[in-house]
Design a protein around this ligand. Sequence first.
Ligand SMILES: [Zn+2]
Length: 390
Amino acid sequence: MTSDYSDIPMVDVHCHPWRTRDLLELPQDSFEDRLAMLGMCQITSSSTEDAGGEIARMSDDTPIVLAGRRHLANFLGVEDDRVAVADGRHDRLITGANDYFAELFNQVGLSELFCDDGYPLPAVDTVALGQDIGHPVHRVGRIEPWIKELLVECDSYLELEERFLERVTREANAGAVAFKTVIAYRTGLDVADYTSSEAERAYQGWRADDFRESREHSKPVRDLLLNRLARLCATLDRPLHLHCGGGDPDVRLTYARPTGLFPFISQHPDVPLVLVHGGWPWMEEAAYLSSIFPHVYIDLSLMVPWASLGIDQKLEIVLGTAPGGKVMYGSDEAGEPEVLWLAAKYGRASVARVVDRAIEQDWLTRQQGRRIAEGVLGRNALRLHGLTSS
Ligand SMILES: [Zn+2]
């Protein structure tokens, strides 16, 4: 007997909001290329060029694109064909995008989203988005755009820190349920313990260097701000999400491994830390950290859906290493909202297969397996962010 988890409401703990008019401005004939990692990276990063048309050529050999095309063709009632699917979904965007998204969500039982408001910019109004699609959208406030705004307005590190922490408090009062940093894209996850005077000196050097990102100048400033933020998060009762692991080609991959966070994690036992993307492709490291530190949580975004054939394997390692109560489903959809739907479909099926194997191998009873699945698919994210009592 296989487990049926189709009735469990799913919560996506890490994804990005969108504007329908922006979706319509993208070239419609390359819609399905953007379902692939290669295609998505082209719009989220500054460094990918595809002059030779390699992305479109590779789509026909990429599982997520082929699966997306087939399932969407079925959903839209059109032929399983690149052009027919792109045209079919374009028609739905034009004739009633919000109803279309709501239908997609309802089909896969996707009930709530946590959206990182740092991409795209300018920030999307997540409350309005939630009203449009008829599902709650919780806002995770990304700190780097706020730091960027403040940098040019401040004369000293101390002024920057004060105004930054004020902004964070304001955003918490305005409804941000968590805060997020992409320091792995700036100076790296190896956050060190700088003093205020070291940060002040670095700030002046950074300013003199036209705020060019560097480990010498910006790192002490960003690191100290992050340490201060973690303390404030504990006071404000907000989890801190950290991009952890790979991403698009703008990431500083050398400094993006979960292991780099070890000193930071040890220093902040009072604040729940979410290792976004579970450290993908180094998920073993993130799962291990989650298994030894009570306050470390991981999400599955990016790995689901883009590891495609490898999702079960990674999920087995994660659920076998970290307590299931600290693992949260997420997609990292950051371009085309259909990814939310596709990832939910595959994520749910993968959780069911992995839990079933655990039952077969006598690690879990069917009841225990179901409880863990309910947590991973949705309840853990809501509980961690204080959005449910269970
Ligand atoms: Zn993301």
